[in-house]
Design a protein around this ligand. Structure first.
Ligand code: ATP
Ligand code: MG
Length: 327
């Protein structure tokens, strides 16, 4: 069953007469209990796609296209329905917990305010359940932690608190926006393991945002690769990892460091372009060693190749070379 559908999602920023496209033609579905990764370099539009899906875009930005959650049109929800959608259907875990928590309020206040505000639980019930959840995610001494303030907790503990706050309302879909990149390397894998364990145990759906394709393929069922505000390739994690069909995906795979072998670092030349900087042609053409004049002037639509979806004019000719390049 499809839980979330994004279809032809566009996000625009309007400032004093100018209009900038930040996200273009993003189409993606997430099934119940499915984990999907959104992978791409900085600025490719991952966070804005999530914010659009939650209707949390900053002022001046607008979303067009179709956003459907469990058959409901998210763009048509009224204030009340929207509050309920954000509080109970979906949850967001941010990259940097400290930037998203009020430093003057206790952990208990932060964790329980949502469910108490929407009337889902009484305060006592919320505190009790939050303590139990804290145990589940490995926060020792939960009762004492609840009385503390954010600055008294390490980054790793605080991100666990974020996971508790996200799970407390029993959402059906969790948006995890680079949930571990702001943490010390030593605690990153712990926090990630805890998040994944909770998602699996509860059979929740997840959209996992990362710039790390290796990590994405390891922890999710399906991968969508984003470049310049649009999705250039999707497939099961195993397929995308073993046989990338888009030159950008192959570039990401080829430039990853390897600990088991000495690998020539074939980083993708040039810098990423934003959606509004992309011209008429393929947005990746300026960095693509396979690009032809056709690629530079005619934008490729996403189409089905080898049972997957990819936006490249030349897939059929170059797929074997890409596989070799990425392996
Ligand atoms: N508040 C904002 N105002 C104006 N432009 C913004 C704002 N936030 C992001 N952008 C622009 O929107 C585009 C998409 O940004 P987005 O934050 O979605 O990228 P991202 O893929 O999440 O990158 P990162 O990996 O760095 O988090 C970028 O060009 C970015 O500069
Ligand atoms: Mg982001």
């Amino acid at each position: 069953m499809t839980l979330l559908t994004l279809q032809d999602l566009h996000v625009c920023l309007r400032t004093r007469g100018t209009e900038r496209t930040l996200v273009r033609d993003v189409s993606l579905t997430i099934d119940a209990a499915e984990s999907v990764a959104l992978v791409g370099e900085s600025g490719s539009g991952k966070s804005m796609s999530i914010k659009a899906a939650m209707r949390l875009l900053p002022p001046g930005m607008t979303a067009d296209g179709k956003i459907e959650f469990d058959g409901r049109d998210v763009l048509a929800l009224n204030r009340r329905e929207l509050a309920r959608y954000r509080a109970r259907d979906v949850a967001l875990i941010h990259q940097d917990p400290r930037a998203h928590i009020n430093p003057t309020r206790t952990i208990a206040q932060f964790v329980t305010e949502g469910v108490v505000h929407t009337g889902q639980m009484s305060r006592d019930e919320a505190v009790e359940r939050a303590c139990a959840l804290m145990n589940d995610v490995g926060i020792p001494d939960a009762q004492r932690r609840m009385e503390q303030f954010p600055h008294q907790l390490s980054g790793g503990l605080l991100q666990r608190v974020m996971i508790v706050a996200a799970l407390l309302p029993s959402p059906r879909l969790v948006f995890a926006d680079e949930p571990t990149t702001a943490l010390d390397v030593t605690v990153q894998s712990d926090v990630l393991a805890i998040l994944l364990e909770q998602i699996r145990e509860r059979q929740l759906s997840m959209l996992f945002v990362t710039h790390d394709l290796d990590l994405a393929a390891a922890v999710t069922d399906r991968v969508a690769v984003m470049y310049a505000g649009t999705i250039v390739e999707t497939g099961t994690s195993a397929e995308v990892y073993a046989r990338p069909l888009h030159p950008y995906t192959a570039g990401l795979l080829a430039s990853r460091p390897s600990i088991t072998e000495v690998r020539r670092m074939t980083a993708i030349p040039g810098r990423p372009v934003a959606a509004y900087e992309a011209g008429e042609g393929c947005p990746f053409s300026s960095r693509c060693s396979f690009a032809t004049d056709d690629c530079r002037t005619r934008r490729p639509e996403r189409r089905i190749v080898e049972g997957r979806s990819v936006a490249c004019h030349r897939v059929e000719e170059i797929a074997d070379q890409l596989t070799e390049r990425a392996s």
